[in-house]
Write a protein that binds this ligand. Structure first.
Ligand code: NAD
Length: 433
């Protein structure tokens, strides 16, 4: 099948490369010429494990190509995916749909035969109707159907998630479009991945409901962690104790510095706005979003308390910057709020992240970047572990202690054992233990 992917970011590039690997012919389009130039030279614009190899092998096989020209990219395509960004709109938290609307209009003008237009971007309920209207207005002759096919992949494990999804959700009321989508995803039937055909509005809502539920689960355990600290209980044992209940499940019960990333913060806010507009407010998600945004600054206060109540003139080592391991994505990473609050308190920051320095430098000022974790710790008055990259999981604690001016470690991911840290003479604090 011939497939076009409009938008070649985390989702468009991974989905495009995986569809090509299934045997489809995929053209990835992006309006960023630098991105396309790099992709054509075999250089990945993002860090995602396994992606470079997947892209290069499919490009070599002639099934995957890259262009800035939407006209060229969609020529002859039976399925045209919209995988552009839907960030938070400045000011009100609604999803900014301007990229989706622009892509719809450009596709309509360039369309030369029937195609299925597939919205893969995360978009509020009713966006499919709007895309349909924009396309019909831009080109009244265009023949198409608009389908919703939200994406559930996780950065850092994106290829595995795309190829072995828990489920595929396809929202359409159109039989011809449904047949095209079934053919497109046929390679996944071999793995017996469940495919759910639902109404278009339902599909759009499933994506937000899933993200809001996961964000709620994280926020729930974070508040239980605060209660554990006040009550002298251990949140990891509580999480295990409730997670073994099959009705609850153990995933997304790791207490930490609050959720961040390119999806949960913006998607919870957008769901809140949509629900309010439709007169069906979801108060639980309103609370989750508010609790989570307060939590990030609270983490900075925790660091300041552990460092003796004041960080003015102190040097703080920050281990991990990206919103989670195995990605270079800094969007809404908790590290941003924590570092800015520490800087506001007068601290200087020496940070190390295995992949995040380039993206971090775009959003943070006055941070010194280290070559490795130990370099970051040298001469620091305290260390904070913000993102649980593997490289931070087995640090040489004697070395850590020798490098720091005071043996203070704040572990926001509960990587280390408090008793072991006490034995080694480290003044250690973590979350909910
Ligand atoms: P991204 O910012 O990494 O990529 C979007 C790309 O689209 C950019 O490269 C941009 O240049 C390009 N673009 C914008 N308008 C264009 C146009 N008119 N023509 C061609 N290219 C255009 O975004 P992303 O993280 O891949 O997210 C895309 C969508 O997928 C969002 O709605 C997001 O919520 C959703 N999503 C993301 C993830 C994730 O983990 N990142 C997971 C599931 C769903």
């Amino acid at each position: 099948m011939r497939v076009a992917m409009i938008g070649s970011g985390y989702v468009g590039l991974v989905s495009g490369a995986c569809f090509a690997d299934f045997g489809h012919h995929v053209v990835c389009v992006d309006k960023d010429p630098g991105k396309i130039e790099r992709l054509n030279a075999g250089i990945m614009p993002i860090y995602e494990p396994g992606l470079e190899q997947l892209v290069s092998s499919n490009a070599r096989a002639g099934r995957l190509s890259f262009t800035t020209s939407l006209d060229e990219g969609i020529a002859g395509a039976e399925a045209i995916f919209i995988a552009v960004g839907t960030p938070s709109r400045r000011g009100d938290g609604h999803a900014d749909l301007s990229y989706v609307h622009a892509a719809a209009s450009e596709i309509a003008k360039a369309l030369d035969g029937y195609a299925v237009i597939v919205t893969k971007s995360t978009v509020p309920v009713g966006t499919g109707d709007e895309v349909e209207r924009i396309m019909a207005e831009a080109n009244p002759e265009a023949q198409f159907a608009v389908v919703s096919n939200p994406e559930f992949l996780r950065e850092g494990a994106a290829i595995g998630d795309f190829k072995r999804p828990d489920r595929i959700v396809v929202g359409t009321e159109d039989d011809r479009a449904r047949a095209v989508m079934a053919e497109l995803y046929r390679p996944l039937f071999l793995n017996q991945s469940p495919i759910l055909f639902v109404g278009r509005r339902t599909a759009e809502l499933i994506k937000y409901a899933a993200n809001a539920f996961l964000a709620t689960k994280i926020t729930f355990i974070n508040e239980i962690a605060d209660l554990c600290e006040a009550a002298g209980a251990n949140v990891q044992d509580v999480a295990r104790g409730i997670g073994l209940d099959n009705r609850i499940g153990s995933k997304f019960l790791h207490a930490g510095p609050g959720y961040g990333g390119s999806c949960f913060p913006k998607d919870t806010l957008a769901l809140v706005k949509t629900a309010q507009d439709l007169g069906a407010p979801i108060r639980i998600v309103e609370t989750v979003a508010a609790v989570n945004s307060q939590r990030k600054r609270a983490m900075a206060r925790k660091v300041i308390a552990a460092a003796g109540g004041n960080v003015r003139g102190k040097r703080i080592a920050v281990l991990g910057l990206t919103f989670k391991p195995n990605t270079d994505d800094m969007r809404d990473s908790p590290a941003i709020d924590i570092i800015q609050a520490l800087q506001d308190g007068g601290a200087t920051i020496h940070a190390y992240d295995p992949e995040g320095h380039e993206q971090a430098a775009l959003v943070l000022n006055h941070v010194d970047y280290a070559n490795d974790p130990y370099h970051a710790l040298e001469g620091a008055d305290a260390a904070v572990l913000v993102t649980e990259w593997d490289v931070f999981r087995a640090l040489d604690m004697d070395r850590v202690k020798a490098l720091l001016t005071a043996p203070v470690l704040i572990d926001l991911r509960n990587v280390y054992d408090p008793a072991e840290m006490a034995r080694r003479g480290i003044r250690y604090s973590s979350i909910g233990r």
